[in-house]
Design a protein around this ligand. Structure first.
Ligand SMILES: [Zn+2]
Length: 83
């Protein structure tokens, strides 16, 4: 495997989309090629940055609290309607 081939497979490697034998071949190349290792590290960092941006939704704990608050408010309004 040459650098061009390895470079083309780095994204797939990070996304875990490669066959095990392809993974082995890419990792084998990376082990002996500092520039491709660097490219893989950069790609991985980029990927992490993107996925951390995607995670900027309200945390599960917060939305649970909102739902509980809504449920409580609903219960209270039903009770006061009966009185
Ligand atoms: Zn290389």
């Amino acid at each position: 495997m040459n650098c061009k081939q390895a470079c083309g497979l780095i994204t797939g490697l990070i996304d875990h989309q490669l066959q095990p034998e392809t993974v082995a071949a890419v990792e084998d190349h990376l082990a002996g090629c500092p520039s491709c290792t660097k490219a893989a590290a950069q790609e991985r960092r980029l990927k992490q940055a993107v996925s951390s941006m995607k995670r900027e939704k309200p945390p599960a704990e917060l939305s649970k609290r909102i739902q509980e608050g809504l449920a409580k408010a609903k219960k209270q309004s039903t009770r006061s309607a009966k009185q």
